[in-house]
Every structure is written in C-alpha cells, then in structure tokens.
Write a protein that binds this ligand. Structure first.
Ligand SMILES: Cc1cc2nc3c(=O)[nH]c(=O)nc-3n(C[C@H](O)[C@H](O)[C@H](O)COP(=O)(O)OP(=O)(O)OC[C@H]3O[C@@H](n4cnc5c(N)ncnc54)[C@H](O)[C@@H]3O)c2cc1C
Length: 221
C-alpha cells in the first residue's frame, strides 16, 4: 500500500462541505476495511446501473466476485469505468429545525477501471481474500474452491485510482435563534449489530460456535 494521499481530480473533489472530506489514504482504507457491502455503479449500453455487492480491499485495489453467468460481472470483466461507494451509517442527527436535521456517517467514493483476474491461482487467492475480509477466520476452516467452482466464478479487480472519504460526526448544528425552542435535540446513534448465530440443520447441536462468529466485530455494514 502506498502511503500518499489521493490527488483529487475534478470529479473526486469534494465541493459541498469540504471540511468533512478527506483524501487521506489511511482514512479511506480504514472505512473500506470496516465495510462489507458496497454499491457498484457503471454505465451500460442501456444506461447507468448501481448494484449492491460484497467486496474487499486488497492493497490499492478493490476485489469483486460473482457468478460467471452474471450480467453485472460480465460487464465488469470487459474493463469499464466503475464508481464504488460505501457508507457506514452512525446516527440520525435531530436538530431543532427540520432544515438542520442530518446523519452522522463515514462514506467513501472510489473511481477505477475494472479488469478480470483470469489466472486460477490469483483468482483463488482473491476469493480467499474476499472470504477473509467478510468473515475473518473463515478461510482457514471452509473448503476452498474446486476447479469447477473457480471456473463458475468471475473475479474482478478495480485499482483505486481516485478516492475520497466524507465523515460527519457530532451534534446538530442549529441556528442560534432556534436554541430556545423547547424541543429535544441531539443524536440517535445507529449501528449494525450481529444477532444470535443460527446453526443450520446439519450442524450438530453440540458443535460450538466458532470464536470468529461469536466475536464478529460490531458495526460492520
Ligand atoms: C448485500 C448484498 C450483497 C451482494 N453481494 C454480491 C456479490 O458479492 N457478488 C455478486 O455477484 N452479487 C452480489 N449480490 C447480488 C447483486 O446485487 C446482483 O443481484 C447480482 O450480482 C446479479 O446482478 P446482475 O446485474 O448480473 O443481475 P441481473 O438479474 O441481470 O440484473 C437485472 C436487473 O435486476 C435488478 N437487480 C439486480 N440485482 C438486484 C438487487 N440486488 N436488488 C434489486 N434489484 C436488482 C436491477 O434492475 C438490474 O438492472 C449482492 C446483493 C446484496 C443485496
């Protein structure tokens, strides 16, 4: 991973509330590494499409995967400009005026050009990386992909050519004249939480839940 900040271009420069923006690579990557679900946007012959997908960052690239039959993956394997966004939602911000209501969040927008990973060994390594990103610890236990499964899967990488982060934290920002309004104001924190693990019908009742499931980090989304 290179340590430099991203150099914003015309399309990745944050104009609206730039104080909340950052091109710091570490900040961008920390947000990417906490997330598990991205929205992948690209243009097709029939217009723009944005599709939700699991992803993983590996170094300075984002990895995506899907079925070899997928329209989406087949578009991406052709090599296309892609915009990948992800949002970690941290809270609802309740101001004294409707106008100043907001949300606390950490979000990232990435631009890059997709390319397919064809070499089976590289493909397998990328899939293992994806599994480890989504469920750290799972890769060591689960059976790896067979040749047929590898052939049925497309893996795409998107070098992170341009990226920005935008973060809002803290309480509402009210007009001074509104501070006298007799109303509750503040932040309702939000976060994704894991629930109680549910074993499937083939898992013996006395099989302990692995620690990487029981202790899965909270707040990923
Ligand atoms: C949390 C989450 C994680 C996912 N992770 C992956 C992943 O890692 N890899 C992967 O390949 N797929 C993933 N999917 C499924 C993905 O969103 C697509 O449904 C799938 O990739 C097929 O896309 P397609 O464009 O080839 O499908 P098509 O069936 O060809 O899409 C045709 C149209 O169907 C509609 N459509 C497609 N997908 C969705 C959707 N998810 N919700 C609503 N409408 C839709 C859209 O209008 C789209 O233009 C994930 C979905 C979710 C919600």
């Amino acid at each position: 991973m290179t340590e430099t900040a991203f150099s914003p271009t015309e399309r990745s420069t944050i104009h609206r509330l730039p104080s909340r923006g950052s091109y710091n690579r570490k900040e961008v990557y920390d947000i990417l590494d906490q997330g598990i679900l991205a929205h992948v946007g690209f243009t097709t012959a029939r217009g723009p499409v944005v599709i939700p997908m699991g992803y993983a960052r590996r170094g300075d690239t984002i990895l995506l995967h899907g079925s070899a039959k997928s329209r989406l993956l087949n578009e991406l394997t052709k090599g296309t400009d892609v915009c990948i966004t992800l949002t970690l939602l941290d809270g609802l911000v309740l101001a004294r005026s409707t106008f100043h209501h907001s949300m606390n969040y950490r979000s990232v927008v990435v631009f890059g050009h997709s390319s397919v990973i064809e070499d089976p060994r590289e493909k397998n390594a990328a899939l293992e990386h994806l599994v480890e990103h989504l469920v750290p610890g799972r890769g060591a236990e689960a059976r790896g992909a067979s040749e047929a499964e590898l052939a049925a899967t497309l893996v795409v990488e998107v070098p992170i050519a341009e990226a920005s982060a935008k973060v809002r934290t803290g309480p509402p920002v009210d007009e001074t004249k509104d501070l006298e309004i007799d109303i509750w104001a503040g932040v309702l924190p939000l976060r994704f939480e894991t629930g109680e693990p549910i074993p499937d019908e083939h898992t013996p009742k006395d099989k302990p839940v692995p620690s990487y499931v029981r202790d899965y980090p909270q707040g990923r989304a």
